[in-house]
Design a protein around this ligand. Sequence first.
Ligand code: PHE
Length: 334
Amino acid sequence: MLEKIKLYASEINEAVATDQEEIESFRLKFIGKNNVINDLFEEFKLVPKELKKELGLELNKLKNQAQFKLKELSDSLSSTPSTAEMDVTLPGISGTEGSIHPISQTKSRIIEIFERQGFNVESGPEIDNDWNNFTALNFPKNHPARNMQDTYFVEREPDVLLRTHTSNVQIRLMSERKPPIRSIMPGRVYRNEVISARAHCFFHQVEGLAVGKNISFSDLKNTLYHFSKEMFGKSTQIRFRPSYFPFTEPSAEMDIRCFICGGVGCKICKHTGWVEIAGSGMVDPNVFENCKIDPSKYSGFAFGMGIERITMLKHQIDDLRLFSENDIRFLKQF
Ligand code: PHE
């Protein structure tokens, strides 16, 4: 008898109904006048005394289960209106849709532009050692950037730190691969700064690196010129200003003509008519040597730019903190 109860229990459990007829046949079998559970109650009368308690309990459970299931089946059917009673011309109810973060949008656009110039996308770790972030990049031993004020150290001796720029990937690529290299490296970087509208303790950069034979400064200029036109518009003008980075020689900063005021001078360009977009230069021979690449055979250029900065310029956002606050009122504008 217990066998039969179990069999019916699983049948009830698995029962499904797609129309009224199926519900009715379920009702007839398990609940109607001559239902199978009643038959079991008949049989129950003949069961020996010592089994009565257990079987009685099971039988009552089965009966409740059948009733519960019947309700469930008819509820599920009535909640799906048939096409006859459904107005298919009513506008649908749309769910709330997320959007892509403005930083990710800018990053994707930058990647797209450089990919079309033959660069591939590489990545590296955000936690790295002093060698990849500083020493191999030709930072002198007492360079201020290594100071505790700028760098988050994870461990001291040997130094493990949160990378302060994506240039650590340059070193990793050049040490692990043979030229030609033509890569961009987007990623998050960290600096120990007081958080304000203009500075944050983390932000995003895209670094670019090209290493090969006869690569010259004009290749660098052309690459960044093409990028600027694609990113900021066809009539964008650029200029290079001499600068200094330990890992490039010569080094230059690239500015674009302020596209807000057209160069006349405004708040965004601090009345200079130009806005700074990228740091760049020719890979320093010392860096090549640190990566076991022969500087007499190969040359290369590198550049780096801030994704937040470009996004702020494009959308005229004046507070860096908005990017990491997850305020939906801000995010939904993009
Ligand atoms: N790593 C530099 C920075 O964080 C940017 C840069 C990259 C400059 C490559 C020159 C070449 O400011």
